[in-house]
Every structure is written in C-alpha cells, then in structure tokens.
Design a protein around this ligand. Sequence first.
Ligand code: F6P
Length: 360
Amino acid sequence: MSKRIGILTGGGDAPGLNAVIRAVVLTARNHYDWDVVGIVRGFDGLYEGLPSVPLLEKDMRELLARGGTILGAANRGSPFAHPVQRPHGKIEYEDVSHVAISRMADLGIDALIVAGGDGTMAIANRLVSLGARVVGVPKTIDNDIGGTDITFGFDTALNTATEALDKLQTTAESHHRVMVLEVMGRDAGWIALHAGVAGGADAILIPEIPFDIEVVCQKIRQLKVAGRNHSLIIVAEGAAPIGGQQQYRIKGEGRHGARLGGVGQIVGDLLADCVGSEVRVTVLGHVQRGGQPTPHDRWLATRFGSAAVHLAAQEKWGYMVALQGTHMSAVKMEDAIKMKLVDVNSETVQMARDLGVVFG
Ligand code: F6P
C-alpha cells in the first residue's frame, strides 16, 4: 500500500543532512514506492504550519555533496516549549505538541523521519509517547549521541579541524609561536581528541579531563629544551580548568539555550604568561559545520537515511538508526539522549598520552 513519509532536519545543521534526505527519498521511491514530503525549519515548521515541500527523485541529483540542509534548520524550537510573547513583553512557553501531531495527520504523513541531535531525539521521543509515528537519524558534528559509534557530520568537522592544525603548524614553526585552536563539540571532546591526534597537537584539552594549565606550560618548556620552539594546543570549547567553569559566549537557558566559547583565549592568555613565547589563538567556529560533507559522511548519511526508511516500514516508532561497529542497527531514542562522552580511560586517550600528548 502506498504511504507518505515526512522528513525534517532538527537542531543545528551538519554536513551530510542533504545526503540523508536524498537517501530517504530514493529508498522510499525505489524500494517502497512511497511519497516523501519535507517539513521546513524543523519542528517549528511542523507546528507553525509552514508549507511542506514534495521531495521528488529528480530533485535529489545534486544533494550528495551539498552542505547545510535544503529543508532549513531551527535549533531552538520545541513543540513542548513554544515561546509566546505576553503583554508587557513577558515570554511564556506553551506546549503545542498536539498541534504538531495533528499537523502530521493533516499532511497525510504515515511516518516522520527526524534527523537531529540529542535535543531532537528527546522531542521526537516525547511525541512518540503521545502516539506519533517517528524514527530518528543521528546527526551532529559533536559525535556525542548515545547508542551509535559515530554520527554523520563528525568526519567533516574533523577534517576541517585537522586541516586548521596543519595550517597553524607551518606558521607556528616560522614564528616560533604557540598556537591555540579552539574547536566545537559542546560537552564532548571528540573533535578535539581526534583532530588533535590527527594534526599532531602537543596538548589536547577536553571537557572530560579538567585541565591544569601548568601541565601544558611544562610541556611547552620541555619542547623548547628539546629544541622545538613552537607548539600546537587544541582546546574543546567545553574544556574547563580543574575546579573552574566552562566559558559561554552566549548566555541562555539550559543546555540548548546557552552557547559555549571563549576558553581558547583564556588558555592562550595563561600560556603567554607562563611560557615566554608569543601565543596566538584561533577560534574555528562554524566553518566546522559548513561546506561539503566528506565522502565518509556522505556514505554514512546515505546508510542512515536508507536504514531509517526501512525502520519506518517496520513501524519501529521511537527508534533511531545507529552504527555499531560496521553494522547498521537501531536503538531506542531514550538511549540516544544519553550523551556519549570521551572515555578518559580509553585506549585512544592512553595512546595519545603514550605519544607524549598532555591533557592538562
Ligand atoms: O551541536 C553542534 C554545535 O555546532 C556545537 O558544537 C556548538 O556548541 C553549537 O552547535 C553552536 O550552536 P549555534 O550554531 O547555535 O551557535
């Protein structure tokens, strides 16, 4: 029987979202003969009733290599907390989840596929508990979603961060400087750890290991004694000193309202005081989220998108596709919401230490 599925991209964007959309449309059309409709601007577009877009096979041609999301993204909206401005400017939050659910019915959607991070999965899971038919696809450059070994978007961000370290390395060497690179990742240090190892950083500061700046200073001094007058330090935006606080560039409510940023400059200033070398700080920012997805992210996003359609066919509502080892699997959304952090006792962290990298 012919069905119609909807797809939305929730939260911030990540390279590979368009490849997911393409895989959903191609699998739905070719394998099941189902129609696909796109919901624009995430959950906001669903409950606000923004016009949906038919997604046709012929429109999917150039999507594999395209960054961003053709459906648009909104990384604050939730149907369970829709901001409404009251008289005198007061903002109150209303639960409009019933509107989101009835909109799915109005659109004739038999199943909704949501590609998003932990915030999106939390919303989707609540909608499922109210009777909505939703399956998930794990998206984030931060790689912090539980239940899956990897998320799409991470590899592209990792490439960008590693390339930045490579570039900083040559100029650091010319000027005998200490270069600090601040990367994204929220409360998880995956980008910093992997790029730090791949780009040969001397110190990797991650949220999972509170740092002592003196350890980093000592490392830089040791390198100088050994004849190396430059060094590379990578700092995750969520890193904090022992007993200290994370730095925010935007204050806001809750984990999804506030935005981390600024620790790189603090680390740079502290190092300038203790090592007697020139220090420069680069904040990589949103270039980590933009641009073409790497072949690995295209491949992973395609596998996820296709698997999500099969999950919908099996009526596995409340499940999210997940990569476990090399195997495509599915986990409950409630497991995806549990944040996946770097295991400080892992073989990877130990390997970096064995190479002489310090974690502060
Ligand atoms: O979760 C992805 C991410 O890029 C984080 O690494 C970062 O902290 C945050 O989103 C930035 O959000 P925004 O695009 O709203 O500034």
